[in-house]
Each structure stands twice: as C-alpha cells, then as structure tokens.
Ligand binder design. Structure first.
Ligand code: NI
Ligand code: MN
Length: 236
C-alpha cells in the first residue's frame, strides 16, 4: 500500500492512500501557484485547517460537486452547514484539538495545535486553527502543521512517529526557515515537505537553500516539490 502526496501550491495538498483521496486546504481559485482547477480535482475527504481564505479556498464548491466528507474544527463545521454553504450535516465533521475520527474505517484524522488566526472570509468566528495528523492503515503517519509558528509541543506530535512532516517555511504569517529547522528537530520526521512559501512576495523563500540546511542540520530528508509535483512516501 503506497501513499502519495501531491503539492497543489501554497498549502493545498492532494494525498492518495489506502484507496482514498484527501484534499487539504484547497485554495485553488485565485492562487497564483495553483497546480489544479477546483472544477477538476477529486476528493473523498477535504480537511480545512483554519478559516482564512487561502485555506478554505474552494472547499465548499469541491465538497458540493464531489460529495466529499469535510473535516475541520467545530466552528468552521457549523459555518459550512449554514444555508449559504449548505453542506449536509452527515458529511461534515467538527472536531477540536486532540480529537480524532476514523474516516471511512481507514484513515485516522486527528486535530493538532496550531498558533495562528482563523477568522472566516465573511468575518465569522472560525474557532482556533489546527494542523492534522493522519494515520494510514499500514501505520504511516503524515503531520501537516498548516499555518503555525514554532511550538515546543511539536515534540509530542513527533513522539507518535512521523513519516512525513509538512511544514510552512514562508515566514511573515507562519514560521520561517529558521524555526522550521527547529521544528524538524522536535518532530524528527523521516521526510519533510515545505509549504506556504513563494505564493506571494511576502512569503518568498529559497527552498533549495532551506533543503541544504535540513540535510546538514537535521536527520530528515527534505522533499522540495514544484506545484503539481508529487512524492510517494517509501515504506519503513
Ligand atoms: Ni492563515
Ligand atoms: Mn495561510
């Protein structure tokens, strides 16, 4: 059983594993680096890390078209069910930090801490931002930190055994390269994929320079993708 992660640009990720397609933070329309169109992308499960427009993105339209299940924090799940969005209650999971659910009997999705904002695009209360810890049936674990600064309890997440950590490196709105290196040392993942950079001038970064630092300063293998590029996580 293999698990493949495709970077769709910014924080948008498309993960295929255990026969399921998971879309995270699907900001495609209006994303200058989007590698897919909202009208084309498929999904069984959509995860929304927080309320900001560059993460909620096209989630509602894609959920309506595909019938995908959507998981987020409780406040965003309520907003998704309001008439303007109208996602059906059985298809929406509203969790909170530390809580998890088993999607379709296959993939365990747990909400992790994140330090950031979460106001929704219309100004509604989007609760607190989160990251995601995904556990596949073969034990493979992916941690998507989403938008956050560095925090020491990343070490607790690392204790679970992370195969792939997905970390923001853009700085300005999230941790930058220096703190991402410290995060990798806390999490100790096998592989690390940088996101949330080079979408806008404020978050411009040199990913190759970052990767060289990851190789020399940590035990993790950096995976630098171009938008649209993908990575198949090797088994342990
Ligand atoms: Ni944000
Ligand atoms: Mn963001």
């Amino acid at each position: 059983m293999s698990t493949r992660v495709q970077w769709l640009g910014h924080s948008a990720l498309w993960i295929e594993g255990a026969g399921k397609k998971i879309l995270i933070d699907p900001f495609l329309t209006g994303n200058p680096k989007a590698a897919a169109k909202a009208e084309e992308v498929s999904a069984d499960l959509i995860l929304i890390s927080h309320g900001h427009g560059d993460h909620v993105g096209d989630a509602v339209a894609i959920a309506r078209r595909t019938g995908a299940t959507v998981a987020s924090n409780y406040e965003i799940s309520q907003w998704l069910q309001q008439p303007l969005r109208g996602l059906p209650e059985p298809k929406v999971h509203g969790l909170q930090h530390g809580g998890a659910f088993l999607f379709d009997g296959t993939i365990r999705v747990k909400l992790t801490l994140a330090f950031h904002g979460s106001a929704l695009p219309d100004g509604s209360n989007g609760g607190n931002p989160c990251g995601f810890l995904l556990t596949f049936p073969d034990g493979l674990r992916i941690y998507d930190a989403a938008d956050t600064g560095l925090f020491g309890d990343m070490a607790l997440i690392g204790e679970e055994g992370i195969d792939l950590a997905i970390l923001p490196i853009g700085d300005y709105y999230t941790m930058g390269p220096d703190d991402s290196i410290r995060a990798i040392k806390l999490i100790q993942p096998r592989y690390v994929l940088p996101i949330h950079y080079n979408t806008f001038p404020t978050i411009a970064q040199d990913a190759e320079a970052w990767a060289a630092r990851v190789r020399s300063e940590t035990a993790a293998e950096p995976i630098v993708l171009q938008p649209g590029g993908s990575f198949e996580i090797p088994g342990r």
